[in-house]
Design a binder for this molecule. Structure first.
Ligand SMILES: Cc1cc2nc3c(=O)[nH]c(=O)nc-3n(C[C@H](O)[C@H](O)[C@H](O)COP(=O)(O)O)c2cc1C
Length: 382
């Protein structure tokens, strides 16, 4: 690669960023540490407007509670609202649970059918009470949506096409402001072609979009050969937002028990780097909104995602660790930082995304090579 010069590309990227992202108010220079010097946008003391549009929904701020354990009860949802989040994504209703309950209902209607017991054995989960998980979920939306001050987003989680996707319509009718569709699919069959995996995502999205009129966000895995193209196809197919990324819980090995054990545990800030890189790469290149999920613990984590181009920044781990009130602290921290920098939220958002006139592949490669060069200097023995 004779003309490839990572440092030159980096300089070009930074120059393009200054020109395209910072506008004419920006001071066109880099600080010695590499930080960007900017001329203040808003006068000192001005209130910072954090209102955010996320897939057409108007939010009071960009910090959102992602799907998780704190939204399983009415009290939990109210606490998240009181804690200061801009929106709440409820815990997921799973395809397997919906299928199980549908099979159970069919068996009841066709009493005496021998196939019922066998059918039940295929499903990994069972309803926790007589009314069933779907009914419980819908009734929670019905009770919570009118009482909270922020949009309530229902989460539907599956990996195949089928009638279970119609539940999205029931979620909408119960009062959900939007649907977050989590396609958590691992191509465990080693012969599954990549295109088939991609088509499956498109088919599930199409099935859900067909039955609802509220916005549909897709929560995705990063594990596509060409994630950018996949995002482009889902964008064209009507995805209203991308939630990046699903946190895959790979199993571990317990050496004492000599057993494979389920992956478990809360995220750390370092895990934000992968979703942040893709948000920076997609910013300005898709019509769908961009939601960041994974690795948010501090105000700095939220700010980095916003600078990369996230419309909203989601968190579960930090709210589990510190309680729902932590959301308010994150929001206050964002306000303080923007005030200190003299920036509006809109101006800051995407400021450090991949510049629009830079080749994304070269940009990523340049970061990789520069990183290795730096690591060799820091850790090398000579
Ligand atoms: C206890 C727990 C339960 C979760 N339940 C769901 C769920 O029902 N549906 C879903 O899409 N994600 C679920 N998640 C994943 C989170 O929404 C989030 O994407 C992930 O935890 C990464 O974000 P974080 O670093 O802020 O925790 C859960 C996470 C945790 C820790």
């Amino acid at each position: 690669m004779p003309n490839f010069d990572p440092e030159a590309l980096r300089a070009a990227a930074e120059s393009a960023r200054r020109k395209s992202e910072m506008g004419s108010n920006a001071t066109d220079q880099l600080a010695p540490q590499g930080s960007i010097v900017i001329a203040p946008d808003s006068p000192a003391g001005a209130t910072v407007d954090l209102t955010t549009t996320y897939m057409g929904l108007r939010l009071r701020n960009p910090v959102v509670a992602s799907a998780g354990p704190l939204s399983q009860t009415l009290d939990g949802i109210r606490e998240l609202d009181d804690g200061g989040v801009g929106a709440i994504v409820m815990y997921s209703l799973f395809e397997e649970q919906i299928r199980y309950e549908d099979a159970r209902q069919t068996a009841i209607e066709e009493q005496g059918s021998d196939s019922f017991a066998e059918a039940l054995s295929y499903f990994p989960t069972t309803p926790s009470n007589e009314s069933g998980l779907t009914r419980t979920y819908l009734s929670l939306i019905e009770k919570a949506a009118p009482t909270v001050s922020v949009p309530l987003i229902a989460s539907l989680n599956g990996s195949t096409t089928g009638d279970w996707t119609n539940t999205a319509r029931r979620m909408q009718d119960a009062g959900a402001s939007a649907i977050e569709l989590n396609v958590y699919y691992v191509a465990g069959d080693l012969h599954t072609p990549a295109r088939e995996v991609e088509e499956r995502h498109l088919d599930i999205l199409a099935a859900v979009k067909q039955v609802v009129s509220v916005p549909v966000a897709m929560k995705l895995s990063p594990y596509f050969s060409s994630f950018g193209e996949m995002a482009g196809r889902l964008d064209a197919a009507g995805a209203d937002a991308f939630v990046l990324f699903n946190r895959y819980l790979q199993p571990d090995i317990d050496l004492d028990r000599m057993a494979v054990v389920p992956g478990f545990g809360l995220s750390g800030s370092d895990e934000a780097k992968l979703p942040r890189s893709w948000i920076a790469a997609l910013y300005g290149r898709v019509g769908a909104s961009l939601a960041a999920t994974t690795g948010v613990e501090t105000v700095e984590d939220v700010l980095k995602y916003l600078l990369a181009g996230a419309d909203v920044v989601m968190t579960t781990a930090s709210l589990v660790r510190h309680g729902p009130g932590h959301a308010g602290q994150l929001v206050d921290g964002v306000t303080s930082w923007l005030t200190r920098k003299g920036l509006t939220l809109d101006k800051a958002r995407g400021m450090l995304a991949v510049p629009s006139d830079v080749d994304g592949g070269l940009y990523a490669r340049s970061g990789y090579v520069s990183g290795l060069e730096r690591a060799k200097k820091v850790y090398g023995r000579n």
